[in-house]
Write a protein that binds this ligand. Structure first.
Ligand SMILES: *[C@@H]1O[C@H](CO)[C@@H](O)[C@H](O)[C@H]1NC(C)=O
Ligand SMILES: *[C@@H]1O[C@H](CO)[C@@H](O)[C@H](O)[C@H]1NC(C)=O
Length: 985
């Protein structure tokens, strides 16, 4: 009846407009949507039909709309159910728009719908159970929304569904067995949902048409069901990042179509099943980060495997020789196992190896000369083994190499001349071997080299003048060698240099002129050489220098007064020939050890002068004491916010206002010009990884923080980051795009940003109490009592939890640290600095591997260093370090801990001395129970295996339970601590 009326209505002539009825419906749809980019501008109501409108496809003879594609148009608003009035509509795609609110139940009135793509929108609420009523639906993609609740029971009744993707939502419940009834399914993607712990339903084995089964990070527990072996058409099986246990069932070797198997990061045990030779199409096998044991099956290496990742397991024995025969193997990662013996000497002669990581095993013998025979090798990682012999000459032809890490082996002999000058290499790490010979002049052609790490070898001769050509060099560490001669003058051309560590060599001569060009130098260690002459005054202009050790040389003259400009964590000028008066700032007891052993150096420090003229023995004792005292005392504060007072005033003023463009995210009570006028060097309050921060007080009395990004410069030296040579983005785009979209009480608000071609400004809300790191580790750290610290932890956890679980797509911060947690007037905490944050790419497997290592020393999760794999759990780890920092009051890395970082220090100290030696003595003991419980959460967060770390959502929950009156089971009430996993060496 209704239909009849509708048909009547359709056929009745319309007096005013000639637009047909479908067009009129679409006009109404247009009005329900917000269209900021005018994507619907072509939807013109003076046309006869909508067939030529953007995104509309019609059936030509009848001029009825069959498909609507408005993907990537930014349209916003609720799902327009009115579309269902278009009777012949078979396909709707609103992919990557801002469709919000809930998906209405009446979507089931789109009777002819076959294809529905609403991925990457802002939909919330439960999944409408009526979707299963669509008789022809074949394709349903709801990836990257905020759907919550359980998967409705009706989803077991889709009559024709072939593809369903619910990846990256907030679904809970467990993966239901009834999905096994939808036998038409070819693709089942449920990854990255916070499901409750549950098993893989064996019923999924009934989905015999299934080609792709993607259940990454679904909180799966228990065994992998045998029935999965029935999926004869399966090409891609991905069960990674779960808690699956038990053996890998041998039935998986019956998956005759399978191309890719991902099982990494579970707790699978036992051996790899025999019968892999059946899987003739298998190209990628990743079973890393499990507890698999036994040997690597020979038959596996006879497959046309391209990628074999079995690292962080318990494999023993030798590498099957046949692995060298594979014609297509390009990725082989076996690090952190217990493999022994030597490598097949023809490894790489048949396979186009690109990535080879055999680190942390017990391999012996020579490095095979054939590794790069196909000319594709990019990463050669073999650190921590017992390889012997020399670096093969053939590798000096391997122009594809980008990362070479051969440290801590027993390599000897000279490094082939050409190997020094590989054109694409950015990390060359040879430390801890017995390599000898000179640094060759060919190094001049290593134009991309950013880290040259060759400490603890037997290198000799001069540091060649050619080193000055390495304009990207950020770290040069060559300590504990036999290098001699003077530092080449060209070394001051290394403008990117952050760390220069040449201690314990035989260098002589004077420091080269022009060291003020080392604007990014963070650490300068030339201790224990024979360097003479004066300490140049310009040293005081190295504004980010915070580690300076020139001890044990023959430096003479006075201590430059300009040193007082620096914020040094470490200052050691002891055992030189310095004389004259100490600059007033250093006439303090805490600096005594910095100046010992200098004949004729006088200040009012008792004992300084007379300690110097003593015999060598005494000096030695002093040196020892001095190191001891230093380690205990001299660390003052972290990375300073209150930096740099002496900048070039004029430069800052020289902005050309006319070329600024403004992009704002909130209603602004100020103009960009007002800000530009107020940017001057007296207002600098800090300097971070990517730029300087100014405090600007506006006309209306309100303060804002303005971050001015370094023009075209990107590398973080100040925080001691490792290896960021691959960062091609200065963080601006990332930060703006991420922050601009976010509104949360625990995330720093970005008011606006202004851009010109060579300068960029970000305007944030001003946080009067600065960063947590600065406050905690300054003399004011005692102001932070336990209730305040607890509040800060909870706030920061909520901010991160929001990024991980409530943003679409989720955001991994990637540089969580105390200095990136800012405090407002009431010590409310907000997470800041998304310079390296990157939205997790949910279309591809964005989590798998990112080419950039981000993060700061002491906070980087252990899996980072090897895998380059970045997940939310890496943030959890860094956050755990922040917790430990707040509980112990200690820095994340401190010479006091020796080789250890804070995490390991806490673990060993707990173990050996008990909890009282771990807690910050400034904290009131009446909160000890709570403090211990929070410490416990910190330990959980810093578990070495990501899988054992809680999600941030759970961290928040656990923290809140501590604050609440009733402590529940999630936190152990007796304050007993989780056992530590580190059996520290
Ligand atoms: C949905 O988006 C529209 C347009 O941007 C907005 O006006 C509305 O408030 C949003 N609704 C919800 C529930 O967020
Ligand atoms: C749908 O298409 C069929 C033919 O493809 C046509 O006969 C019918 O009129 C169309 N329905 C509407 C409501 O336009």
């Amino acid at each position: 009846m209704l239909l009849l009326l509708l048909l009547l209505f359709l056929s009745s002539p319309l007096p005013i407009l000639s637009l047909n009825q479908e067009g009129l419906y679409l006009q109404r749809v247009k009005h329900t949507l917000s269209d900021p980019d005018a994507a619907l501008a072509s939807w013109n109501d003076r046309d006869d039909t909508p067939c030529n409108w953007a995104g509309i496809t019609c059936d030509a003879p009848t001029a009825t709309v069959t498909s609507i594609d408005l993907s990537n148009t930014n349209i916003a608003g609720p799902f327009p159910s009115l579309l269902c009035h278009l009777q012949n509509l078979t396909s709707i795609s609103l992919y990557n728009d801002s469709i919000n609110s809930t998906l209405p139940l009446d979507i089931s009135t789109c009777r002819n719908l076959q294809h529905l793509d609403l991925a990457q929108n802002l939909l919330t609420g439960t999944l409408p159970h009526t979707l299963a009523d669509l008789p022809d639906l074949k394709y349903l993609d709801l990836t990257g929304n905020n759907f919550s609740g359980e998967i409705p029971a009706s989803f077991g009744r889709f009559p024709k569904l072939e593809v369903i993707s619910l990846v990256y939502n907030l679904l809970d419940g467990t993966i239901p067995a009834f999905l096994g009834n939808v036998t038409s399914l070819k693709m089942l993607n449920l990854s990255y949902n916070p499901f409750f712990p549950g098993r893989i339903p064996p019923e999924l084995g009934n989905l015999t048409n299934l080609e792709i089964l993607w259940l990454t990070e679904c909180n799966l527990v228990g065994p992998i069901p045998d029935s999965l072996g029935n999926l004869k058409k399966l090409t891609d099986l991905d069960l990674a990042l779960n808690n699956l246990e038990g053996p890998i069932p041998s039935s998986l070797t019956e998956l005759t179509s399978v191309v890719q198997i991902e099982l990494y990061n579970n707790t699978l045990t036992g051996e790899l099943p025999r019968g892999f030779s059946n899987l003739t199409k298998l190209r990628l096998l990743d079973a890393s980060m499990n507890q698999l044991s036994g040997t690597i099956p020979d038959e596996l290496t006879r497959l046309p495997l391209e990628s074999l990742n079995l690292y962080e397991n318990l494999f023993e024995g030798t590498l099957p020789g046949s692995i060298a025969e594979s014609p297509v193997l390009y990725e082989l990662r076996l690090f952190s196992n217990r493999l022994t013996g030597s490598l097949p000497q023809n490894l790489g002669s048949n396979s186009p190896l690109k990535w080879l990581d055999l680190s942390t095993n017990q391999f012996t013998g020579d490095i095979p000369a054939s590794l790069c025979e196909k000319g594709e090798l990019e990463e050669l990682l073999m650190l921590y083994n017992s390889f012997t012999g020399s670096i093969p000459e053939s590798l000096s032809e391997c122009r594809s190499l980008t990362r070479v890490r051969l440290s801590n082996n027993n390599l000897s002999g000279e490094v082939p001349v050409g190997f020094w000058g590989l054109p694409h290499i950015h990390l060359l790490e040879l430390s801890g071997n017995s390599l000898s010979g000179n640094i060759a002049k060919t190094i001049a052609s290593a134009a991309n080299l950013s880290m040259l790490l060759i400490s603890k070898n037997k290198f000799e001769g001069n540091i060649v003048e050619e080193i000055g050509f390495l304009s990207n060099l950020e770290q040069f560490s060559a300590s504990e060698n036999k290098l001699s001669g003077s530092l080449p003058d060209s070394i001051v051309n290394l403008l990117q240099l952050g760390i220069l560590d040449l201690h314990s060599n035989q260098l002589s001569g004077e420091l080269p002129p022009g060291i003020q060009s080392w604007k990014k130098l963070n650490e300068l260690n030339l201790a224990n050489n024979q360097i003479s002459g004066k300490i140049p005054d310009q040293i005081g202009s190295l504004s980010v220098l915070n580690y300076l050790d020139l001890s044990g040389n023959r430096l003479s003259g006075s201590v430059p007064v300009s040193l007082q400009n620096l914020k040094l964590n470490q200052l050691n000028l002891s055992n030189n020939d310095l004389s004259g008066d100490l600059p007033p700032m250093f006439v303090k007891e805490m600096y005594r050890s910095s100046f010992l052993g200098n004949l004729g150096l006088c200040g009012d420090l008792a004992g300084l002068c007379d300690s110097t003229s003593e015999d060598k023995n005494r000096g030695y004792v002093w040196l020892l004491r001095c190191i001891f005292i230093l380690a205990a005392l001299v660390f003052v504060g972290g990375v300073a916010w209150f930096y740099f007072k002496y900048r070039d005033f004029n430069k800052a003023r020289a902005f050309d206002k006319s070329k600024w463009t403004l992009m704002s995210f909130h209603k602004l009570g100020f103009s960009e010009y007002e800000i530009l006028d107020l940017l001057d060097e007296d207002n600098v309050i800090g300097s971070g990884a990517s730029g300087k921060v100014y405090k600007v007080v506006l006309g209306n009395g309100e303060a804002v923080a303005v971050k001015k990004l370094w023009g075209g410069v990107k590398k973080d030296i100040q925080t001691g980051d490792i290896e960021k040579g691959q960062v091609h983005d200065d963080g601006f785009q990332a930060e703006v795009e991420t922050l601009g979209k976010i509104r949360h009480k625990n995330i720093v608000k970005l008011w606006c940003c202004c851009t010109t071609r060579d300068c960029k400004l970000l305007v944030y809300e001003y946080m009067p109490n600065g960063s947590l790191g600065d406050l905690l580790h300054s003399s004011k750290g005692g102001l932070l009592d336990w209730p305040t610290r607890y509040k800060i932890i909870v706030d920061a956890a909520e901010g991160l939890s929001y990024l991980h679980h409530d943003c679409v797509p989720p955001i991994v911060h990637r540089d969580v640290k105390a200095n990136n947690i800012l405090l407002d007037g009431d010590f409310g905490a907000r997470v800041a600095d998304f310079g390296v944050a990157k939205a997790v790419d949910s279309t591809g497997k964005g989590l798998k591997s990112m080419s950039v290592i981000a993060g700061s020393r002491g906070y980087i999760a252990p899996e980072y260093a090897y895998t380059l794999r970045v997940t939310e759990k890496s943030d959890t780890y860094s956050f755990g370090v922040v917790i430990l920092e707040l509980v112990t009051g200690k820095l994340p890395v401190d010479p006091e801990f020796g080789e250890k970082d804070l995490v390991k220090w806490v673990c060993t100290t707990l173990d050996q001395k008990g909890v009282d030696h771990v807690l910050d003595p400034r904290l009131d003991t009446c909160f000890k129970e709570e403090t211990c419980m929070v410490l416990n959460i910190g330990l959980l967060c810093t578990s070495p295996l990501p899988i054992n770390r809680p999600t941030m959502r759970r961290v928040v929950k656990m923290l809140l339970e501590i604050g609440g009156d009733n402590l529940s089971k999630t936190v152990k009430k007796d304050g007993k601590l989780t056992p530590c996993y580190y059996d520290d060496a």
